[in-house]
Write a protein that binds this ligand. Structure first.
Ligand code: DX5
Ligand code: ZN
Length: 220
């Protein structure tokens, strides 16, 4: 991918004004909507589920990138497709038969992503890399927004880039957690194709400007 994309995470949006925040992303320089689904089992937090995604889909005019932090995600693949997900990312740690899950996601008409917790090595994806459209490297422990970035992420990006080249795969790399204007450039230079940003965008005073700057920094 030539440009590094920005995917604001609605987890940090104002849920009382969700439509307003979705319109802000629609009008901004952001590329994707990042939607975090948490079940309180795979991660120690519960975010939102299907009815909220349905409402988001109704208003969102950009790619809907759904990050499932749930156990046994196979149960809901078709439902997420029906609700408008363009990309569906499951956690490596939550899938016993990852290859089967990836095929099911694609059969449902979506791009297939795999997310890795900070402790999970990118090397574990070697034998399935050609089937993965996107690898999401968690740069914080999943479950909450507003945590600080884990520096080992750079090492994982470099190693994943090597594996993608070796396997001649078309996989893109997304980084999720603790992204700010201070690390966006280094992440993009290391090889990140998509940067998720939650608190950094939604806690700022001028959200469209923050998105615009982040995108500019990542592509400078
Ligand atoms: C964390 C989620 C992230 C989160 C990022 O489990 O996967 O997408 O919203 O939030 P920030 O950018 O605040 O770290
Ligand atoms: Zn996420």
């Amino acid at each position: 991918m030539t440009e590094t994309l920005i995917a604001p995470s609605l987890l940090a949006a104002d849920f009382g004004n969700l439509q307003r925040d979705i319109e802000m992303v629609n009008e901004s320089k952001a590329d994707w909507f990042h939607i975090d689904i948490m079940d309180g089992v795979f991660v120690p937090n519960i975010s939102y589920g299907m009815p909220v995604l349905k409402a988001i889909s109704k208003h969102a005019k950009k790619t809907i990138d759904v990050h499932l932090m749930i156990v046994d995600p196979d149960r809901y693949i078709q439902e997420f497709a029906d609700l408008g997900a363009d990309i569906l990312t499951v956690h490596y740690e939550a899938c016993t038969h990852l290859h089967r899950s990836l095929q099911a996601i694609k059969a449902a008409g979506m791009k297939a992503g795999v997310a890795l917790n900070p402790h999970t090595s990118v090397d574990l994806l070697q034998d399935v890399l050609q089937d993965i459209d996107l690898v999401l490297i968690m740069s914080v422990n999943p479950g909450f927004g507003g945590q600080s970035f884990i520096e080992n992420t750079y090492h994982k990006i470099h190693r994943l880039k090597q594996l993608i080249a070796q396997k001649n795969a078309n996989t893109i790399i997304e980084i999720d957690g603790g992204v700010t204007d201070e690390n966006a450039m280094a992440l993009a230079k290391a090889g990140a194709d998509v940067l998720v940003a939650g608190s950094f965008v939604f806690k700022s005073d001028n959200q469209p400007e923050t998105i615009k700057n982040l995108r500019k920094i990542a592509n400078s």
